[in-house]
Write a protein that binds this ligand. Structure first.
Ligand code: HEM
Length: 464
C-alpha cells in the first residue's frame, strides 16, 4: 500500500457546502482533535497536505481544535494571498516564534518596519550588487571538491550544509567560520541547531519547559550577538576594511531619507540572512545531487554543458548565464523537493478568497510541495526533467511554481541563491559523479525546510 493511500484511509469523506450559504465552509475532513490525530499530521505533513488537496480540492478546510485552517492549492488564489491581498495577512505562527532568534529581521517583521527594512536592503541584493560574491562561492566549492577522494562515502546533505555555511559566513561576515573563526561557527551552528525545533508549531509548549536545549540556545544566541555587535563596530570604524554584507547593512541608508538601521535591526538582519540563506540553498543542492544520481540522462546532459561552456576550467560569474541546463537542474529539483515546502499566513481581517469568506484569525497554508507536484500543471510530476524549463509554458499559471514565495515578501536572496546554486553545481559536477549508497533510505523530514531525514549518503565517483 502506498504511503499516500495509507494516509487517505483516515481522511473522512468530503463535506461539500454551497459557497453562497451563510457561514459555509469549503469541503474538508471532520475536526481534527486529540494528540493521536495531531501526531499523524506532524508525522507526515507532506502526505497529509497532498491528500487533503486531492480529496477536497483547491480550497480545503480543516479545524485543529478552535483553529480554522485553509489549505489553498490554486495558483491564482495563491497569487491573491501573496500579492493582491498580501496586506490582509501576516506570517504564520512558526515564523512568529522564530522571532526568538531572528528578532525583527526581514523574514519575521511585519508592516511598516518590514517595508522600511526591505526598502533599505533591496538594492543591495540585485544581481549587479551581489556579483562580487561569485568568487567566494566558486572558491569554497573548489575546496570541497578538492578535499574529496574517489570512492569516498560522504553525507552530501552534511557536506552541502558545511559548504553553504562557509559561503554565507564569508559573504556575510568576511570570515571563514571553519578555519579562521570556529567560535563564530559554533555560535551560529548552536543557534541553528535548536532553531528548527523552536520554530515548530508545538514550540509554544517546548518553550515553557526548562529544556537543556533551550539553555544551550540562549547561550549560543548571547555569544552570537556579542560577536555580531563587535564586528559591526569594526565596520563602522572602517567601512572600507571588508567587502561583506555586514558592511552593507551598517552603511545602507533609506532612499526616502529616513537614515540607516539601528544596531539591533542590523543584528536581526544579519542573523536572518544567515539562517534564511544557508539551509535552504543546502537543501536545494542536496536534492539536485540526489536527483541527478537517479537520472543518468539528465546527468549526461549536464556534463555535456559543463564541458562545452567550461572545458575543464572553474566557472566564473560570466559563465552563469551560459550554464542554462545547470540552472534547470536546480530549478527542477526545487520543483520536486522545494526547500521551503509550505508558507503560512494568518488573516488579520476577514477576506474573500475564491468565493469563500475567510474569517479573521484563520490560518492559510500555501504549499509549494503540493503545487509543484500537481499533475494539472506538471505532467509526470515526479519525473525529474530539467529540460522542462527550456521553454516557458504560457498555459501554466505563474504560481504553480513558487519556491521563493511571491509578492512583497518574496525571497530577497533569490538572485544570490541562483548564482550560488549554479556555480556550486558546475564546480562539483565537473569532477564528481555522486552515486547514492545502495540501500540508503531517502525519506522526507519536513521541518522549516524539506530535509532528507537520514541525510544523503553518496559515494564519490570520478566524473568520466
Ligand atoms: C534555494 C534557496 C532559497 C529558498 C528556496 C528560499 C525561499 C524563501 C521563501 C519561500 C521566502 C518567503 C517566505 C514567506 O513568504 O513566508 C524567503 C524569504 C526570505 N529569504 Fe529566502 N530562500 C533561499 C535563499 C535565500 C538566500 C541565499 C538568502 C540571503 C542571502 C535569503 C534570504 C531571505 C530573506 C531575508 C527572506 C525574507 C524576505 C522578506 O520577507 O522581505 N533566502 N526565502
Amino acid at each position: 500500500m502506498t504511503q499516500a493511500f495509507k494516509a487517505m484511509r483516515w481522511l473522512a469523506p468530503a463535506v461539500p457546502a454551497p459557497k453562497t450559504a451563510h457561514g459555509a465552509k469549503p469541503p474538508g475532513p471532520p475536526q481534527l482533535t486529540g494528540a493521536k490525530n495531531l501526531l499523524r499530521v506532524v508525522k507526515d505533513p507532506v502526505v497529509y497536505l497532498t491528500e487533503l488537496h486531492e480529496r477536497y480540492g483547491d480550497v480545503a478546510y480543516l479545524r485543529f481544535g478552535r483553529q480554522q485552517v485553509y489549505l489553498v492549492s490554486d495558483p491564482d488564489l495563491i497569487r491573491e494571498v501573496l500579492v493582491a491581498k498580501s496586506k490582509s495577512f501576516t506570517k504564520g505562527k512558526a515564523l512568529q516564534s522564530a522571532k526568538r532568534l531572528l528578532g525583527e529581521g526581514l523574514l519575521t517583521s511585519e508592516g511598516e518596519l518590514h517595508d522600511r527594512q526591505r526598502r533599505i536592503m533591496q538594492p543591495h541584493f540585485h544581481h549587479q550588487r551581489i556579483k562580487g560574491y561569485s568568487e567566494v562561492m566558486v572558491d569554497y566549492a573548489r575546496r570541497a571538491r578538492d578535499s574529496w577522494k574517489p570512492g569516498q562515502e560522504v553525507d552530501i546533505a552534511a557536506e552541502m550544509m558545511q559548504l553553504t555555511l562557509r559561503i554565507t559566513g564569508k559573504t556575510l561576515f568576511d570570515v571563514d567560520i571553519v578555519d579562521e573563526d570556529p567560535e563564530l561557527g559554533a555560535a551560529l551552528a548552536g543557534s541553528l541547531d535548536v532553531f528548527n525545533e523552536l520554530a515548530l508549531p508545538v514550540s509554544g509548549i517546548l518553550d515553557k519547559l526548562p529544556l537543556p536545549r533551550k539553555k544551550r540556545f540562549q547561550e549560543a544566541k548571547e555569544r552570537l550577538d556579542q560577536r555580531i555587535f563587535s564586528m559591526m563596530e569594526e565596520r563602522r570604524k572602517d567601512p572600507e576594511g571588508h567587502h561583506d554584507m555586514l558592511t552593507m547593512l551598517v552603511t545602507a541608508e533609506d532612499e526616502q531619507g529616513t537614515g540607516g538601521m539601528s544596531p539591533e535591526r542590523i543584528r536581526d538582519e544579519a542573523v536572518t540572512i544567515f539562517l534564511a540563506g544557508h539551509e535552504t540553498t543546502a537543501q536545494a543542492l542536496t536534492w539536485t545531487f540526489y536527483l541527478l544520481s537517479q537520472n543518468p540522462d539528465a546527468e549526461h546532459q549536464l556534463r555535456q554543458e559543463l564541458h562545452e561552456v567550461l572545458g575543464g576550467r572553474l566557472p566564473a560569474l560570466e559563465d552563469v548565464p551560459k550554464l542554462r541546463f545547470t540552472r534547470w537542474c536546480m530549478q527542477e529539483a526545487m520543483r520536486i523537493y522545494p526547500p521551503a515546502w509550505v508558507l503560512g499566513r494568518i488573516a488579520i481581517e476577514p477576506v474573500e478568497l475564491g468565493g469563500w469568506k475567510i474569517p479573521k484569525g484563520a490560518i492559510l497554508l500555501l504549499s509549494q510541495v503540493v503545487m509543484h507536484r500537481d499533475p494539472r500543471y506538471w505532467p509526470g510530476p515526479m519525473n525529474y526533467l530539467p529540460e522542462r524549463w527550456a521553454k516557458e509554458d504560457p498555459e501554466r499559471p505563474r504560481y504553480a511554481y513558487f519556491p521563493f514565495g511571491g509578492g512583497p515578501r518574496v525571497c530577497i536572496g533569490e538572485p544570490f541563491a541562483w548564482m550560488e546554486g549554479t556555480l556550486v553545481i558546475a564546480t562539483l559536477m565537473q569532477t564528481w559523479s555522486p552515486a547514492l549508497v545502495p540501500g540508503h533510505k531517502v525519506a522526507l523530514q519536513p521541518t522549516l525546510t524539506l530535509k532528507p531525514k537520514h541525510g544523503m549518503r553518496m559515494t564519490l565517483r570520478s566524473a568520466a
